[in-house]
Design a protein around this ligand. Structure first.
Ligand code: P6P
Length: 349
């Protein structure tokens, strides 16, 4: 595992900019547009990080008094993050449409003269997931999903944003934790970059991340246990039973911040579950800008993502803010969950 570079070693790490240019050179016909889009996202991530690190000092805690499209109290930091990512993408000119958890409708990118930009990419995002944790100093994150505007389309509308997850051309997240990391994939593996605030650069500290095929950690809010479906209850009880041969009981780790739970499970192995419950028939996580991008990343790292019955990336979207049950992480753990939910895994009690 790479460690934070000592001062004299910083030069030993490739920066995100260098990595992007290296990757671009592998595609002779590349125009550099996608590279510039990733750079634009990384600039916004640095600005959001700067605001996050001073949140305890400046009055940016708490709610705006508004309720977002999800019916959730919008935190001041949600609005800040949304504003910074929209500003960076609009300024960069590579994005033609944004979908954001913080905005009910898709946001077309236009120039000041209200002319549609010629950007080729659609970005769907959760600008700051888990923001209610900020005022208690718990890690939070940004999640983004990238699609190409179909060639025959001149101006992007919501219809062009509602593509299945298998059609993503990139996805990533930023975790604002003990350090700030940008982790993303463009379909050629998953790479993690740690922000060195002393030079303002993301450094390649986690090249070619692969997630363990199985794990012993599960992340779920067991407060909802009584409303889980029978197969999930059986799976949880199976994970809790003593069995040295299969390293059970497993460990529960649930931070209440999806990006943080996902990141730990990606590196160490594990399974994050937000299932359908009585109060949330479709689960809580959103398909287009939480489940799909993380499913893209985890599959690129050798893991799996399911809604309990089928592959997340193959779900046909209906709406920008639709929700989905989510089982995501180590492939073997996802497969086992699906088997319990089907009722066809007759494991020892
Ligand atoms: P609950 C944060 O609001 C979030 O979307 C995820 O980051 C987190 O895993 C989940 O909801 C927590 O939800 O119902 O357990 O409080």
């Amino acid at each position: 595992m790479a460690t934070t570079p000592r001062r004299e070693e910083i030069g030993a790490f490739m920066t995100l900019e260098q990595f992007i240019l290296d990757r671009q050179e592998q595609f002779p016909h590349s125009t550099g547009s996608f590279s510039r889009l990733i750079r634009d996202l990384s600039v916004a991530a640095k600005i959001v990080n700067w605001n996050m690190r001073r949140a305890g000092i400046v009055d940016v805690f708490g709610a705006t008094g508004e309720v977002n499209v999800q019916g959730e109290v919008q935190q001041k930091m949600d609005l800040m993050a949304h504003t910074e990512f929209v500003r960076a993408l609009r300024r960069g000119g590579e994005c033609c449409l944004i979908g954001s958890e913080e905005h009910s409708e898709a946001i077309p990118m236009r120039t000041d003269a209200d002319i549609a930009t010629d950007g080729k990419y659609i970005v769907l995002m959760d600008p700051l997931d888990g923001s209610s944790n900020i005022e208690v100093n718990v890690s939070v994150g940004t999640i983004f999903s990238i699609y190409r505007l179909p060639d025959h389309v001149r101006e992007a509308t919501l219809a062009e944003a509602l593509q299945p997850g298998v059609d993503q051309v990139g996805a990533g997240y930023v975790v604002y934790g003990s350090s700030t990391m940008l982790v993303y994939s463009t379909g050629f593996g998953v790479n993690g970059f740690t922000l060195d605030p002393s030079i303002g650069e993301f450094l390649l500290t986690h090249p070619n991340i692969r997630t363990p095929v199985d794990g012993k950690v599960y992340s779920i809010n067991e407060g909802h246990y009584n409303s889980f479906e029978p197969g999930l209850k059986k799976y949880i009880k199976w994970m809790q039973r003593e069995d040295a041969a299969t390293s059970r009981p497993y460990t529960t780790r649930y931070i209440g911040s999806f990006v943080s739970d996902f990141h730990r499970n990606l590196l160490k192995g594990g399974l994050y579950i937000y299932p359908a419950t009585e109060s949330a028939a479709e689960g809580k996580l959103r398909l287009m800008y939480e489940a799909n991008p993380m499913a893209y990343i985890v599959e690129q790292a050798g893991g799996a993502a399911s809604d309990g019955r089928g592959r997340i990336l193959e779900k046909i979207p209906r709406a920008l803010h639709q929700r989905t049950p989510l089982y995501i992480g180590s492939a073997r753990m996802v497969e086992r969950a699906e088997a319990f939910l089907r009722g066809d895994l007759d494991l020892e009690p």
